[in-house]
Design a protein around this ligand. Sequence first.
Ligand SMILES: [Zn+2]
Length: 314
Amino acid sequence: MGKANNYDDYIDSRHSSKPCLGYCMLIFSALALSVGFLFLILFIGLDDKAKVKETPSAMYQKVRQLAKVGQSDHNKISKKNPVAILMYHYIREVEDKTSDELGYSLSVSPTEFEKQMNYLSKNDFDVITFKQFLQGEIGERAVILTFDDGYEDFYTSARPILEKYQFPATVYMITSRIDQGGYLTKNEIKKLSDNPLFSIGSHSATHPNFFTASQENQIKEIIQSQTSIRDITGAKPADFCFPSGQYSPDSLKILAQYNFKTAVTTEERLAFFSDNHLALPRVRVQGSLGLDGFVEKLSDFFKSYEASATSPGI
Ligand SMILES: [Zn+2]
């Protein structure tokens, strides 16, 4: 023990202040370098995360592209693919269909709506935005979801289901009805527009007939609705929906003049990139369809396109 103590003393005596300083400096430098590297790695990592956070739509795009990997001959993105622009109104239960026939035909129950979205998800439909459509990023069996009038049940009933499936959608607001019973509130519109899945379009200010309305009145309706939406969301809407699907050639010129990029009608067929983007047709989803009717209607439209696309075309 005594020897060992002496040895320890001897070792200790060799560790005089000078060599200790050298060792300490070495250790300190190594530590400083490691900490520096750690900060560098952390910084790059955080920076990447911040970039993704800034552009959630880019993240959505990536997920969409990744989802396509492994589906070799399926869901090829092409400008030539048709799109079913689905037209919904209310997502709500209607108790008595006989007393309110119109209300019934415009209403899809939340349960049926969930089944329809589940069907789209399970069957590899490509649910896209108008922006993607305008860029020609159209997968096979593409769908755009649209909701007319701006009913509050979009926020309470449709939104949670769309968020579950991560399906984007456009809501066309009649801006004079904002904050009125049964319609979206300013607060809800703001929350929707802050979510990259949802986009707020214009459905005019007071829902007049654009086929019979004067040019002045059409301009007034468009400016009013644009301003109301911009005041809430901070951006002018790019997508328009003609009230009851009515429009004149003047309407298209006015929409272009006021920088609208798309407008939808009630003409029923699949839409194509080659169509006039300011008079796009849609596919109506009536309340009476149910899941079977929905599946049948959608597959009939796509089948008739596939048949015409593969026909010799004499
Ligand atoms: Zn409407």
